[in-house]
Design a protein. Sequence first.
Length: 240
Amino acid sequence: MDHQWNLNQYITYILLTLVFLSSWTDINGMYAELPQVILTQPESWKLGANLALITNFGNISPLILVLIKCLCRKHTLNPVPINYIVILIGMLSCFLLIFLWSYTTVIANVRRSTALLTLALFLSLLDCTSSVSFADYIHRFRKEFTSAFFLGESLTFTIPSLLAIAQGNGRIRCVQAINGTNTTEAIYEPPRFSVSIYFLCLFILLTISFISFVLFTMDIYCSKCKSNRTGRIIGNNEYN
């Protein structure tokens, strides 16, 4: 490895970070937005527990990949199409959240946030899959680019959290009750922008990740930064 990087290597590192930014941005963004979402949803503060239960079902997707590997030992799973599926469905889910995050239906005589929880299930399945497929994809690059994988994933909660802080969600001010008693009431202040705009920002982040990944598959910037190693995390055979 040369100690001095050229411009192409810096661009590759930045684009790789942007690609891996799509791994958990959507789910982490939903948790960061909970203080604002619970104000209008019927589950109120129970929504966080329901969301945690739903998202944990996503852990089944890496297990499915392992089973496929065991059943298809003579074949391998190319991470490129898997990554395309992960990012594209993540983009679609965030796009649907812009319009459907507050949609509720009555199930067993109880009103529930069906759209939000259903899309959270899809996103959790995709994000858990991305932890495997992205780790396999980074093996195509030289070892000095491995840290871009961890940097991208570390930003998946930092950026949504900064968006939530900029939005001002969960801000409370206490006012004295006007009924003559010595009590105060908690008043939630309106956010600087709506929940729909917040999910639009997440959609834009995933779109940037998708564009970065397209550039990599076209080998515009990264052809000289790839390693001679081949991925072996998903499957036993080598792929180019």
